[in-house]
Each structure stands twice: as C-alpha cells, then as structure tokens.
Design a protein around this ligand. Structure first.
Ligand SMILES: Cc1cc2nc3c(=O)[nH]c(=O)nc-3n(C[C@H](O)[C@H](O)[C@H](O)COP(=O)(O)O)c2cc1C
Length: 173
C-alpha cells in the first residue's frame, strides 16, 4: 500500500493529524501540505489518497477545493479517506458534507470528523475576535478526537490489506 496524505492547515492541527495518521498507516506514506506547496502532484504513484482539511468560517481552503476539482477523475480511481478538523461539533456532519464533493464522499472507504484545536497564540487579531465572538472560547483549547482518528486509520489499513490480498489472488489467477 502506498499512501499520500494531502492536506491544508492554518494553525497546524490538520497537519498534526496528518503526521499522526502517517505513523499509523501501513506501507509507504508521503505527506503533501498544499498550504505550503500548491504544486502539481503525481497521484499515479499512490493507490490510497487521504485528504484532510479544516473549516474556517464555514469554508475549506480554496486551494484544497481546487485540488479536488482538478484531480477528481483520478481520485475516483484510488482508495480515498477524507477527514475534517472542526470545532463546531453540532454541525460537524453538515460541514463535512459541504467540504467534500459528493462523488468523493460516495467513493471514500473512510470518512471522519476528528475535532480540532484553537491556538490563540497563532491567530491574527481578527481571528481571535471571531473565535471569541462565535464560540465564547478565550484560550488555547484542544478537542482532537483521537478515537475517531484511530478508527479512521483502522478502516483504511484493513481495507488496504484486503485489497492487497484480493489483487495478489487475482494475479495468481
Ligand atoms: C477564524 C476561525 C474560524 C473558524 N471557523 C470554524 C467554523 O466555521 N466551523 C468549525 O467547526 N470550526 C471553525 N474553526 C475551528 C477550526 O476548524 C479548528 O481550529 C481547526 O483545528 C483548525 O485546523 P488548522 O489549524 O489545521 O487549520 C475556526 C477557527 C478559526 C481560527
């Protein structure tokens, strides 16, 4: 199994989750931070692609949407995992559905909302004001759901292993 974890991040949470996942997933795992390097990427090398994003004011970064639009046909030939970092638990599922295209969600072998973090020390003044006004939270807070991440990693690993068994059985005839 060869996996690419492609993600965007503003204050580091989606990136931490990507690194945590990379340690859990079997086989070779590469990481691509689209926030830092909005490059073309060679998806052909990977059988599994995990896409991670966070939500800011109800939206995912335009760069990640553009990546999914641009590569949609090829992504639909891969095993896909989708995860979303967000702090509004009540609307997590709706936000997840708005974040990822329907075709990818239907095709994905694993989907998860994994909580999030507020890093006030990394926010701009405007971001601090928004977060305080909307959530009432005033200090650094971590609500990353590691149980959800572990379940997500297990789903991808198990399906990856089964797919390996199936393809080697097919190769043997
Ligand atoms: C300015 C700002 C706006 C946010 N808006 C939302 C939101 O609309 N819905 C939500 O569930 N979480 C929201 N969040 C929480 C982020 O999704 C959460 O902090 C996440 O962990 C950020 O991950 P990142 O650092 O990888 O970008 C917001 C956070 C900030 C700082």
């Amino acid at each position: 199994m060869r996996t690419l974890i492609v993600y965007t991040t503003r204050h580091g949470t989606t990136e931490s989750v990507a690194h945590y996942l990379a340690d859990w997933l079997p086989g070779d795992v590469d990481l691509l931070n689209l926030t830092a390097r909005p490059t073309q990427c060679e998806l052909a090398r990977y059988d599994t692609v995990v896409i991670g994003s966070s939500i800011h004011i109800g939206r995912i970064p335009a760069r990640l949407s553009a990546f999914m639009d641009h590569h949609l046909d090829e992504l639909l030939t891969k095993r896909i995992g989708l995860y979303l970092c967000c702090m509004n638990e009540a609307s997590a599922e709706t936000q997840f559905d708005d974040a990822f295209p329907l075709a990818l969600r239907r095709h994905a072998i694993a989907c998860a909302t994994v909580g999030g973090e507020f890093h006030f020390d990394r926010m701009t003044i405007a971001e601090r004001l928004i977060v305080r006004a909307v959530s009432g939270v005033k200090e650094n807070t971590s609500r990353v759901d590691y149980d959800a991440i572990n379940r997500f990693a297990r789903m991808i690993s198990e399906i990856g292993e089964n797919a390996g068994e199936i393809s080697s059985a097919e190769e043997q005839g």
